[in-house]
Design a protein around this ligand. Sequence first.
Ligand code: ADE
Length: 418
Amino acid sequence: MKYDIKDPGLKEKGVLKTEWANMAMPVLNSIKKRFEKERPLDGLTLAACLHVTTETASLAITLNAGGAKVLLCASNPLSTQDEVAAALVTEYEIPVFAIKGEDDDTYYDHINAVIDEKPQITLDDGADLVSILHSKRQENLPNIIGGTEETTTGVIRLNSMANAGVLKYPIVAVNDASTKHFFDNRYGTGQSTIDGVVRATNRLIAGSVFVVCGYGWCGKGLAMRASGMGANVIVTEVDPLMALEAVMDGFRVMPILEAAELGDFFVTVTGDIHVINVECFDKMKEGAVVANSGHFNVELDLDGLENITKSKREIRDYVVEHSLKNGKRIYILGEGRLINLASAEGHPSAVMDMSFANQALCVEYIMKNHEDFDNKVFPVPKRIDNESARLKLESMGIIIDKLTKEQRKYLESWEMGT
Ligand code: ADE
């Protein structure tokens, strides 16, 4: 079996950590049990470009149980948990191509390595795998029957490809399922980003000014959690509706250039480029801490920052101090890469449970229905979304009401008023 990981000897810790995560993933486990019996993915080869975490290990093991051969590469150079990669290779015989801290060339070599195995379905987080398949590895496109996409940034890229008429196979946008973004993007990013910032810095959040750039689902979750820890939260936005929502949620809203002078912490979660630019870096207070929790590190203009930096040093793991030409020092966390995965462990298993239940069910859905699909980006069927929610509630022991006959009739009628 081919693979490329840091050290197979890290296996023991990886197996234990995966077992721990798996205990909080009952929905995925119930799917795994069904997959073991029904083997709906028999004979399929899947290439997954995902963050190599304990939760992803549970997904890969589930897909494997359904009969698929699964190959895994990283969807970010800094998000791999090396011990999990070791566990997957040595304990579960799942080939992994991922090493935490790999350089860009190795990152793309690893994507190419999973493509070499001629996958039929792709699972992507950020659309780098799809992008390489459509640019440098087009000869493999005819094998592929469909794919899934995990994150907002990837869905945006894929919609651009579909709109330009260049997308060559159908993709299901797992990110857009309600049981994904209402929970993973909001509560997952909210908690794991604070976790990443705190693990990297060990600084106090209470009483600080915490600037959240972007008020999508991730920004909403992060602002809520930062506020819950006692921060004075400022939100920056470009979308009037979302800005209004942030105002009514009780946050100060202002342009980033104004916020730049006030913040103790800055975190970008926008999915766009150069949200914090050189002018902002130049205006920041002495000691400001800056991180990104959006998919790509382009949200921070790091090249621009280099131009106004006099000297820099790594002052602790994941914290680089930039001494600026203006005499102030600012701190960049985790090279501007997703801080929740760079210095912490990503979203907690309990939210990934629903995200990855959707992934597993969507792979099965593609397997069964791909012949009916055009080369477009598809929503997750309501049936799958509802099933993930139902199973999650069931696993939590929560019972909900059912509509009575009278209530159903009322909802279906229009005649009855006051
Ligand atoms: N994305 C965010 N958190 C994650 C996790 N724990 N595992 C996989 N992908 C993630």
